[in-house]
Each structure stands twice: as C-alpha cells, then as structure tokens.
Ligand binder design. Structure first.
Ligand code: UD1
Ligand code: UDP
Length: 383
C-alpha cells in the first residue's frame, strides 16, 4: 500500500477548530491509512472556551504542535505564526497544508507553505465580501492565490474564482500554477448536521437560562468593525435593548472576548447599566458548539455579524439579521433568510420585526450534501 498523504492542518481561531472536526473525523475513519493528519494550533485563540472546549466536544485529537502565538497586532501575530509554521514545514515531512477560512492563521499558513513550494489546500475558498477593509477579505484573497486546491462551499465561490482568472476546468494534476477549483460543499454544514442530534441530547443551556424553544433571540457580535468603533457598538447594543423591550423576548448573547473587552471601554455607561438591569438580557461567556447549536435551533431569530452563525441559522431554518453592510454568503440574502442591516438601528429594528411576525421563507439545502469532508479528502488523494 502507498504511503499515506501527509497533511499538516493549521487551525487557530474558534471557527477553524470547529471546521477542522469534519475532515479530521473523515481522516481517522474512512481515509485511515490513506491520509495522515498532523494538527498545528497557532494559538490565535487560547481561552479554554474559545479553543479546548471544541476539541473535547467534537472529538478532535489534541494538537500535535501548539505555537502558542496568542493575541497581538496583525503584523506581529501573523509574523510569529509564519515563523512557527515555516519551521515545522522545513521538516520536509508534508505533502500538503490544509487551511480553513480567512483568519490570520490561514494567511500565515498560506504564505509559509507557498514559499516552501508545499501545496496548499484551502477549505472555504472563493468567498468574497468585496470589502478589503475587512482583514478577512485580505486573508482569503492571499490564501486563494497561494493555493493548489480551492475547495468552494458554494457555486458563488466558484464563480468568484473564475472571475479572478482561476481555471474553470480540471484537466491536469493540480499545481500552484494550475490549481483546481472544486465545488465541494460546506464542511460547516457537515458539522451542523453531524452534531445536531448530540446537541439535542447533551445541551442543557436552554433550561439553565430558562429559555423557551422558539421564544428568544440569539445574538453574537465580534467583528472588529463593530466592536472597536464607539458609534457602531453603541448603536448595535442600543438596538438590541430596544428590541428586547419592544418584543418582550429574552435575548441571549454569548460574548466573544474581544467584545467583552470593548464593551467595557466603549459602551456608554447608561446603556451598560440599562442592559444589566434587564433580567431577560443574558450576556453569557462564549459557549461550546453543542450549546451554540441548541441556541440556534431554539431561537426565533438570530442577530449576528458572524459568518458561521448566519449560515448555521440558515441550516436550522432560522431568520438572520446580519450586522454588516455586506456578506460573503450572498445566497442567504438571495433566499430571503438574511437581511443586511449593518449597524443601523432603524434597519435592525425593521428587519427583526418583519422576521418576528412573518418568520423565514424556506431554506433549501444549497451547501452540499453533508459530505463535503469526504469529497475534499477524495480530491486530495486523486492529486
Ligand atoms: C478572529 C479572526 C476573525 C474570526 C474570529 C472568530 C483574524 C484577523 N480575525 O477575530 O476572522 O471571525 O477570530 O472568532 O484572524 N481574545 C481573548 N482570548 C482568546 C482570543 C482572543 O481574550 O482566546 C481577545 C484578545 O483581547 C484579542 C482579541 O480577543 O486581542 C481579538 O482576538 P483575535 O484572534 O486577534 O481576533 P478575533 O476578533 O478573535
Ligand atoms: N460559536 C460557538 N460558541 C459561541 C459563538 C460561536 O461555538 O459562543 C460557533 C458558531 O456556532 C460557529 C462558529 O463558532 O460554528 C463561528 O465562529 P465566530 O462567530 O467566532 O467566527 P466567524 O464564523 O465569524 O469567523
């Protein structure tokens, strides 16, 4: 039997750990002996509820290498990661580097691997917000253009790459100069389907917070554009408080550490006190993935600036008010499940009221068949 394909998977931020669960599981089951995975954690996220909890819950083996890079300015953080990844790749052990999404950990892996001529496989390739003020947009463009395999979760992502000059046809083995663009489906859809039942069995969060299924609003806020701008963070939290009072529905908001820090610095004192005085406005620490699925499935409405959360809302047939001016998940808006409300209180209020009275249209399955991870592994093996 041929030697297994040696893959270095790089993760670092919360959503990447979650995404990695799908392929990691496929590698240890269906593809055992054919693909061998080494897991490198950059340490971009390090609090236990931003990192370890996902390894424990989703059955991901512990990281083989932990760079322990931690937080820092973009340049400092990314440079430390590139240095650490490069060192590992210089072992000469790897046939490919597997990267997820659009964080600084993704960027670092792409740059380090491409310079050493080690083929890059990018999962969640081709997404574009067309807003280069987002650090994620810069990261994903650079990563795509360093990649040998571009695994696209949606047809729009495939089209974006073809517009940028990537070959539409696959008629030769993949190389960095002749990459493969593959419509693989979305590994997050795989995960949401795989863990939904487990979440239903294990999560007790709704009971603990005394939330009724179908009777609360789930919110998340963490984009730097929203958290680090005084006008925007105050507008968003003000809009959430008004919504809570108008519709008399509990709001539950697991707070990202960036947001927790910036709320303390930028949120007006009166607004902080008003939120704290509302017993039905629940600010929680970040929750695990099973609790998050339980919240998404139980919510009447989701309000978020997260890429992953707006999409999971779709998977579970819940409407989403998106706290951004644009989204790379344009299908959600086209289907009518998501409305782009930016940080504008009037638009947020209108979109929420509309969804709360009329619900959400159908959410047809457009993110693959729940087996994106296997499709990706198969394609890697056929290199
Ligand atoms: C990062 C990604 C973003 C992704 C998000 C997922 C980049 C540029 N951004 O944003 O695309 O949507 O992760 O959650 O890569 N912090 C802690 N504990 C932690 C991690 C972070 O306290 O375990 C705090 C620190 O104050 C840190 C801040 O959060 O400075 C921001 O963390 P960072 O990883 O730089 O960016 P995110 O906002 O998390
Ligand atoms: N998530 C979680 N706990 C939380 C908030 C989010 O498990 O408290 C999950 C969520 O279900 C999704 C992923 O984290 O799978 C999204 O991560 P995040 O919103 O941090 O980043 P983004 O998707 O915007 O990059």
């Amino acid at each position: 039997m041929a030697n297994p394909l040696q893959v270095l998977t790089i993760i670092g931020a919360r959503p990447q750990i979650i995404k990695a669960a799908a392929i990691s599981h496929a590698v240890r089951t269906v593809f055992q002996g054919r693909i061998a995975e080494t897991l490198l954690h950059t340490g971009q996220h390090y609090d236990s509820n931003m990192s370890q909890v996902f390894f424990d819950e989703l059955g991901i083996p512990r990281a083989d290498i932990d760079l322990g890079v931690g937080s820092g300015a973009h340049g400092v953080q990314t440079a430390r990661m590139i240095e650490g990844v490069e060192k590992e790749l210089q072992s000469g052990k790897y046939d490919a580097v597997l990267l997820y999404g659009d964080t600084n950990s993704t960027l670092a892996g792409a740059v380090a691997a491409a310079k050493l001529h080690i083929p890059v496989a990018h999962v969640e390739a081709g997404l574009r917000s067309f807003n280069k003020a987002m650090p994620e947009e810069v990261n994903r463009i650079v990563c795509d253009h360093c990649s040998t395999w571009l695994f696209c979760p949606t047809d729009t992502a495939v089209r974006n790459l073809v517009h940028e000059g990537f070959p539409a046809e696959i008629n030769a083995p993949a190389t960095a100069n002749r990459p493969h663009v593959v419509a693989s489906g979305d590994v997050m859809y795989d995960n949401s389907m795989r863990f939904a039942e487990l979440a239903a069995q294990r999560s007790t969060l709704l009971k603990e917070v005394a939330l009724q299924p179908g009777g609360f609003i789930l919110a998340t806020v963490h984009r730097d554009h929203n958290t680090d701008d005084a006008a925007r963070i105050n507008a968003i939290f003000g809009a959430l408080l008004d919504m809570h009072r108008t519709h008399r529905l509990p709001i539950v908001l697991p707070v990202h550490p960036r947001t927790r820090k910036m709320m303390g610095i930028l949120l007006e004192g009166g607004l902080q006190r008003a939120i704290a005085a509302e017993p039905g406005f629940h600010l929680l620490p970040p929750v695990g993935f099973l609790d998050m699925i339980a919240l998404e499935r139980g919510a009447k409405l989701v309000i978020t600036d997260s890429g992953g959360v707006q999409k999971e809302a779709y998977f579970f047939g819940k409407p989403a008010v998106v706290l951004r001016p644009e989204t790379e998940w344009v299908e959600l808006v086209e289907q009518g499940q998501a409305v782009l409300a930016d940080a504008d209180p009037a638009t947020i209020a209108r979109a929420a009221a509309d969804f709360l009275s009329h619900g959400v249209p159908r959410c047809p399955p457009i993110f693959g068949d729940g087996h994106a991870a296997e499709a990706i592994c198969m394609h890697l093996l056929g290199r």
